[in-house]
Design a protein around this ligand. Sequence first.
Ligand code: ADP
Ligand code: MG
Length: 238
Amino acid sequence: MASIEFTSINKAFGDDTVIKDMNLTVKDGSFTVLVGPSGCGKSTTLRMIAGLEKQTSGDIYIGDRLMNDVAPGKRDVAMVFQNYALYPTMTVGGNIEFGLKNRKVPKTERKTLIEEISEIVGLTAYLDKKPQTLSGGQRQRVALARAMVKKPKVFVLDEPLSNLDAKLRHQMRTELVQLHQRLGTTFIYVTHDQVEAMSMADEIVLLNHGEIQQMASPLQMYQHPANLFTAQFIGTPS
Ligand code: ADP
Ligand code: MG
């Protein structure tokens, strides 16, 4: 696990500055939720942590490593998306194993890792099945398992539950929080859903137009909203 630090991060696409002077601290081992309206810069922030986008200026640290020029594959960050693409011709086990083969992890070690992780996410009985025979929730677990086998220091999850129906989404929220407790890894979770944020987070980072409005625990934010935007966001009068 590792902490994350942004110091004065700006990100522009052409003339459009979408992240403005962001100073962000994500605590080691926390479940931090990045929340805010559509287009406020949540995905861009995650992609900069993962190294898929480069900031225009400022520094990004993971632990005490300066990440500015570190390639995505070398950051110890695993990313889980909403539109996780599983390989349809491979079994569930094959999908989970794929990233390990690429890293030339020896076969016996791969087998142990897959057993350990499929147990954690409840996929042990499905390892020989093809992805298309699974439910949406099970497929999302495969995507999680595929990220977990790499034993990353940081997990970034970009609206991973938004394609699931309400009941399953609810269940998976609880599962993800339990998974976080079990792994102890730093999780940074993106959602536009205020209820999801308040129910899952240790720490909430509320964004609007590329600027942090407040960074606080759900209780602190509820009791002491920093401004009108925060107050409206959590639905209490200011
Ligand atoms: P969110 O995930 O909060 O919905 P994004 O981080 O995806 O927001 O986008 C933030 C802003 O940056 C939006 O205005 C979006 O249009 C813009 N943006 C994101 N990615 C790109 C890109 N590759 N090129 C140009 N503009 C982009
Ligand atoms: Mg997004």
